[in-house]
Design a protein around this ligand. Structure first.
Ligand SMILES: [Fe+2]
Length: 190
């Protein structure tokens, strides 16, 4: 319901991307001992919920954190922040730093005080493989982001590949195998 309401306020491919990320997260968590697939699904749905407030780049992180905290959903709030920073540094953000000084300070403080858990890592991974209509090859998805935003930091690229290995080890199977049957997408939408 939250995602549907947000999509009505700011329609865009981000909503489909959120649903794909959620399906991936659910599937992967289900195969990882000790992880809750329903929680992973919900966190995937809500990771970009800050986009409800309009088209903003880094701003969607600040909006998402504030919105989820206001509703009392602290675990979703942390994923609204952590999903954009798989090296836990604000410098790696791909996109415009369209935030106020206060928002930037809150983002820095949040990142500095956070110890990532497996749900943070899982949504980072799913963000890196979720297209707008289906699961993408991670490299193709990173190339797509590079094309749209003009850059993709090497450290972030490598961190995504490490995340893939981390979850493959936990699942005891390859990512592709784990996600078999989910809708796939070869190329980014134009
Ligand atoms: Fe995001």
């Amino acid at each position: 319901m939250l995602l549907q309401e947000a999509e009505r306020r700011n329609p865009g491919p981000w909503a489909g991307h959120s649903r794909v990320a959620a399906s991936c997260a659910e599937r992967i968590a289900d195969r990882c001992p000790g992880m809750d697939a329903d929680k992973a699904y919900v966190l995937g749905l809500l990771h970009d919920i800050g986009r409800r407030a309009g088209v903003r780049q880094l701003g969607h992180v600040a909006e998402g954190v504030a919105y989820m905290k206001a509703l009392g959903y602290d675990e979703a709030a942390r994923v609204c922040l952590s999903h954009s920073f798989n090296t836990q540094s604000v410098k790696e953000y791909v996109g415009k730093a369209d935030v106020t000084k206060e928002e930037m300070a809150a983002i820095r403080e949040g990142l500095d005080s956070m110890a990532y858990d497996d749900y943070d890592r899982l949504i980072q991974l799913c963000d890196a493989i979720a297209g707008t209509e289906g699961v993408m090859d991670m490299r193709a998805r990173m190339e797509d982001v590079r094309r749209r935003y003009g850059r993709y930091p090497k450290a972030k690229w490598e961190a995504n590949l490490r995340l893939q290995g981390y979850f493959e080890e936990k699942m005891g199977m390859g990512l592709q195998e784990a996600l078999q049957g989910l809708q796939t997408q070869d190329q980014a939408a134009p």
